[in-house]
Design a protein around this ligand. Structure first.
Ligand SMILES: Nc1ncnc2c1ncn2[C@@H]1O[C@H](COP(=O)(O)OP(=O)(O)OP(=O)(O)O)[C@@H](O)[C@H]1O
Length: 322
């Protein structure tokens, strides 16, 4: 029995952190069985926060930690590895058992069995890790999404739209949608990107790290370039944004009301009240958010279809910054 993770035959070098309540909640038996086949020690969470603690405690001895759950579980496990300061010697694997599984899709993981093959024999890549104040994120950080709308976002919405489902739900559920009065300051980039400052009223600010971080085809970030892709959606009538097509249209190259930047670090400061941010779907409320790409990358076991760079034939949505 591996589920306690303290048995004499358990291997502390290969640990799987299992969230039993993510996704459709019917994955526990299959994952425990696969973990035993692959010689992984299972630590099953009992409440929010456990995944972070289990990963932090396991990281000094482990060379592989698998996160079995959704994006929130991945986020906690990554925060645990980072808190233990073990990014250099610990590989993250992802076993997709969530609702949206946006990150798993981004790294080329197709299903449960495949995820175990990948953790055993898949390529290892070092990807950018975002840090927002003192918390790590892998996919995205979105300001302007409310916690209330986030908790009510449906599984179908998450699967179809990724993080944009939260944006859509916020627009749809918050009757008196207030714009965010913001100052956004980006730092200089390595390819001549200038430091820039933007002040104004925004509906959302999206900071993307991973390819297809929003789930849409047109909003993509390069995950090994040490840069974030920042999208500021300027204030516009919320009614115009409700449909899926309108939301995706927001990220088209020609879209009005969109400001884009690429930068290794930035500060987002509210000029009024504190703002709610979603970090990979986990909420954080603050007035000032300082974001940077972590100096130490995150090593991840990736599937065959993993691509660090957005598809060439789909075009790159960003215009170079002056
Ligand atoms: N045993 C547990 N009981 C209650 N909550 C838990 C437990 N273990 C983890 N959690 C919390 O469950 C939340 C949701 O998990 P997760 O994001 O992995 O799944 P999901 O929402 O179904 O999938 P996705 O984010 O991919 O759409 C996370 O905030 C996590 O902290």
């Amino acid at each position: 029995m591996h589920s306690e993770g303290r048995d004499s035959d358990s291997d502390p070098r290969r640990v799987l952190v299992l969230n039993p309540v993510s996704g459709s909640q019917d994955h526990v038996d299959d994952i425990v069985e696969l973990a035993a086949d692959y010689g992984l020690t299972v630590r099953q969470t009992e409440e929010a926060g456990d995944a972070m603690r289990f990963a932090r405690d396991a990281a000094p001895e482990a060379n592989l930690i698998a996160a079995a759950g959704g994006d929130g579980t991945v986020n906690e496990v990554v925060n645990g590895i980072a808190a233990a300061d073990e990014l250099e010697t610990t590989t993250l694997a992802v076993v997709p058992a969530g609702t949206g599984n946006n990150f798993a899709t981004n790294i080329g993981i197709t299903d449960l069995e495949h995820s175990f093959e990948v953790l055993e024999t898949g390529r290892r890549r070092r990807i950018d890790l975002g840090v927002a104040n003192d918390r790590a994120f892998v996919n995205s950080c979105v300001g302007g999404v409310t916690a209330e709308a986030s908790s009510e976002t449906t599984p179908d919405g998450k699967r179809a739209l990724g993080v944009l489902a939260y944006v859509k739900n916020t627009v749809a559920t918050v009757a008196d949608f207030d714009s965010l009065s913001l100052r956004v300051e980006t730092a200089e980039g390595p390819n001549g990107e200038a430091a820039q400052s933007w002040t104004g009223d925004a509906m959302f600010v999206l900071i993307g790290n991973c390819r297809r971080f929003t789930g849409t085809r047109t909003a993509q970030a390069h995950v090994e370039d040490e840069l974030f892709e920042v999208t500021i959606v300027e204030d516009a009538s919320p009614g115009r944004l409700v449909g899926d097509a309108a939301l995706e249209g927001l990220f088209d190259r020609e879209s009005a009301h969109i400001i884009r930047r690429r930068t290794p670090s930035l500060t987002v400061e509210s000029l009024e009240d504190s703002i709610e941010y979603s970090l990979d779907g986990e909420m954080l409320e603050t007035e000032t958010l300082r974001l940077k790409v972590n100096s130490q990358p995150l090593e991840v076991a990736v599937g065959e279809s993993y691509q660090e760079n957005p598809d060439a034939d789909e075009g790159w949505p960003l215009e170079p910054t002056q």
